[in-house]
Ligand binder design. Structure first.
Ligand code: SF4
Length: 264
């Protein structure tokens, strides 16, 4: 029986693909983006995070597991509880992470199971995956949400921990296959929003005229998790971009003829 490690299952998600969705967050990521807001997802194994409860002015500390082993049928049982919502809203299931492809056997088994039951599938990916595995997922995936972060290879290595050649090639592979894909670009102040990177990302995106771009503004939601995990937080002093600034970036992309949306 194929099993995997899942660290969260989010119901009624509305930013992880079309309609109302259930998002299955899978553990493990080969990248280490300095702005990651799910730092608990990066480690491949079941980990621990500090939990703090406030009671009568006192803080009570304990720890809880991050991740649990689940079988495909256990995940599907959760997913199938909301079939009606998917049907009514054009939604379905999104597999995310971490990097969902890290547990590729588990992912492929769940995608097959969803397809067999007529449930729409979406895979949210960094694109850092072996091409032969990606090709197995393409016929089983209705939409890919594909993150492109930095076009310069050295900067990609510096800020995300891995080179980007495979990622860009995989984006082309998905597009050439005719599969539906949305291009997701995280706007991370001082890192991905430099003039040079914005220009290169827009030039790359403009090559795929039918692919829309979602601009994902940096946020600090994950900050406290770094402390509770005992991990270093790299984004001190970096603030969430303003709406005005995001609109400016959206206009920049639109200027390249790209269909652009702010948010996921
Ligand atoms: S690819 Fe996503 S999950 Fe992985 S480190 Fe980067 S932001 Fe975090």
């Amino acid at each position: 029986m194929i099993k995997g490690i899942v660290f969260d299952i989010k119901k009624y998600a509305i930013h992880d693909g079309p309609g109302i969705r259930t998002t299955v967050f899978m553990k493990g990521c080969p990248l280490s983006c300095v702005w990651c807001h799910n730092p608990e997802s990066i480690d491949f194994s079941i980990g621990k995070i500090k939990k703090e409860l406030k009671l009568d002015g006192k803080v009570i500390e304990s720890t809880e597991n991050v991740g649990r082993e689940m079988s495909v049928s256990e995940v599907m049982r959760e997913v199938e509880k909301d079939l009606l919502f998917y049907e009514e809203s054009g939604g379905g299931v999104t597999f995310s992470g971490g990097e969902a492809f890290v547990q590729h056997e588990f992912l492929l088994a769940m995608l097959k199971s969803c397809k067999a039951k007529g449930i729409s599938t979406c895979v949210d990916t960094s694109g850092y995956v072996n091409k032969s595995i990606l090709e197995k997922a393409i016929p089983l995936t209705d939409i890919f949400l594909f993150d492109i972060k930095l076009m310069d290879e050295e900067l990609h290595k510096r800020y995300c921990g891995v080179p980007n050649g495979q990622i860009l090639e995989n984006f082309r592979t998905i597009h050439q296959s005719g599969a539906k894909v949305r291009f997701r670009f995280p706007v991370i102040p001082t890192i991905t929003d430099t003039d040079d990177n914005l220009k290169k990302v827009a030039e790359f995106a403009a090559q795929f005229s039918d692919v829309p771009v979602d601009l994902l503004p940096y946020h600090k939601i994950g900050k406290d998790k770094y402390r509770r995990l005992g991990m270093k937080y790299h984004m001190e002093g970096i603030e969430k971009p303003s709406d005005e600034y995001m609109n400016k970036i959206a206009a920049f992309f639109t200027g390249y003829g790209i269909r652009t949306k702010i948010g996921g």
